[in-house]
Ligand binder design. Structure first.
Ligand SMILES: NC(=O)c1ccc[n+]([C@@H]2O[C@H](COP(=O)([O-])OP(=O)(O)OC[C@H]3O[C@@H](n4cnc5c(N)ncnc54)[C@H](O)[C@@H]3O)[C@@H](O)[C@H]2O)c1
Length: 309
């Protein structure tokens, strides 16, 4: 049976994710936006590629949450993106208002869904979605580490001139300037990166990963990244609806894992039909733990700014 996935926000990230998911053939998609005609036009355009690409799934555009009813997964991409010179955190107030309204409607029509948060600042918006939905934390997950790790893998692949599938990279922590890149846990065909590249080169790749989103914002000037983000979103959605139970770096509300409570950061998660089926605890060094805690504290500041506690 085909699953139903709704995507809120039919902009660059939402529409590209819809495109990837519907072509994946595992879910019918409802694409929703507040702008009249936008989701309908994009959905129609994507659907008309089916005879050429040969997928059997359907995509519908809508401005009415009734059409999202009974979704298994709802992906939230509604909100503002950052312009050159802005940090993700500067989107907090505007996007918190948008996301609160969106989540209320999502819960009303799909009370049993898994919410996949994408709007920035990602970790704070994931926290807000847990609170606004009143869902158990296992049913709210944020997309961040899959993208940041893919960026790191891309840079390693190009440095070592090898295919990206040879690389396993892990970026944890918040989706922002204090993300936690762990070169020690990043491997190439099982070999730690630290044995393959000099510390100076690793530092350069880590720095480029941390500023990976800004590099694209500065180049585009009129938008932020969406091709790699939508690949991360589709990968997570697929692991959920096909119950693949893949372990991926994603944002979750922590309740003691890694010694962190009441904050959201990226950690390795097993994603399946139930949402977050397990939070995997890697053995970290004292220094790595310290960085992860610092990252969680930074998110707590944003959580306070939204008026929680
Ligand atoms: N987590 C990540 O790794 C990641 C990666 C890329 C982008 N993002 C974030 O995703 C969000 C979307 O980025 P984008 O490039 O698609 O922006 P975009 O401007 O292209 O699309 C946003 C869409 O949201 C819609 N929208 C606004 N308010 C709405 C509401 N109340 N209900 C429904 N729809 C509404 C807009 O009409 C617009 O079509 C931004 O916050 C961006 O920062 C996150």
């Amino acid at each position: 049976m085909t699953s139903k996935i709704s995507i809120i926000g039919a902009g660059n990230v939402g529409a590209t994710s819809a495109h990837r998911i519907v072509e994946g053939g595992y879910a019918d998609v409802v694409l929703l936006d507040i702008v009249e005609g936008l989701p309908q036009g994009k959905a129609l355009d994507i659907q008309q590629s089916a005879p050429v690409i040969n997928f059997k799934t359907t995509i519908t555009g809508s401005n009415d949450y009734k059409d999202t009813a009974g979704s298994e997964v709802v992906i939230v991409t509604a909100g503002l993106f950052r312009k050159p010179g802005m940090t993700r955190d500067q989107l907090l107030a505007a996007n918190a208002e948008i996301v609160s309204g969106v989540v209320k409607n999502v819960v009303k029509y799909s009370p049993d869904c898994i919410i996949l948060m994408v709007s920035n600042p990602l970790d704070a918006m994931t926290y807000l979605a847990v609170k606004a939905s009143q869902f158990p934390r296992k049913r709210v997950v944020g997309m961040s580490g899959v993208l940041d790790s893919a960026r790191l893998s891309t840079f390693i692949a190009s440095e070592l001139k090898i295919p990206p599938e040879a690389i396993s990279a892990w970026v944890l922590g918040a989706h922002g300037l204090n993300m936690v890149v762990i070169p020690r846990l990043s491997t190439v065909r099982g070999k730690p990166l630290t044995e393959l590249l000099s510390q100076e080169t690793i530092d350069k790749l880590v720095e480029r990963t941390i500023h990976g989103g800004r590099e694209i914002v500065d180049l585009l000037k009129m938008g932020s990244a969406f091709y790699a983000p939508s690949a991360g979103i589709a990968g997570m959605a697929e692991s959920i609806v096909l119950d693949k139970k893949e372990t991926l770096p994603c944002a979750a509300l922590l309740d003691g894992e890694y010694g962190i409570k009441d904050s959201v950061i990226g950690v390795p998660l097993k994603l399946g039909r139930g949402g977050i089926e397990q939070i995997v605890e890697f053995e970290l060094t004292a220094e790595e733990k310290k960085l992860l805690h610092g990252s969680a504290e930074g998110v707590k500041d944003l959580i306070k700014q939204m008026g929680f506690k």
